[in-house]
Design a protein around this ligand. Structure first.
Ligand SMILES: [Zn+2]
Length: 139
């Protein structure tokens, strides 16, 4: 892959320097078989240093879930070598199977097949709680 020219894919830009691996793991990019480039400590006029992730594939996942990590991230959608969309991820109302409830008494610890669902309680404070036991989410 020429990392400067993705034909069809996603560029996740303005990631806080040092946070790219967390997002890589969060999106499970290690499971993809398409080219993925991580650029660390790129110069940024706005941020000083930033990380960038380039994915040479059209992911089927909801990238708004990234709003949970950092709503300042910029997501660029590339089609045929042209940026067709640029947006910041919104904090999703519900996040499903992205974080797991850590409460050992939660029903999701007992019923393994249940989805792990967290609901946004307080948008200003990025606060999510488990829909089953109301435990606070921690990444
Ligand atoms: Zn729970």
């Amino acid at each position: 892959m020429n990392i400067d020219s993705i034909q069809n894919g996603i560029v996740i830009d303005h990631i806080k320097a040092g946070q790219a691996m967390q997002i890589y793991d969060f999106l499970e990019l290690g499971l993809l078989d398409c080219p993925v480039a991580i650029i660390k400590n790129a110069a940024s006029t706005k941020m000083g240093r930033k990380d960038i992730i380039k994915i040479d594939s059209e992911l089927k996942i909801d990238l708004n879930a990234l709003g949970y990590i950092d709503p300042e991230i910029t997501i660029n959608i590339i089609r045929d070598g042209v940026r067709v969309k640029k947006y910041h991820p919104e904090l999703p109302e519900l996040i499903t199977n992205i974080i797991r409830c850590k409460n050992p008494r939660c029903i999701t610890s007992i019923e393994q097949e249940l989805p792990h669902v967290f609901k946004l309680i307080d948008r200003a404070r990025d606060e999510y709680r488990c829909v089953y036991c109301e435990s606070k989410a921690g990444i």
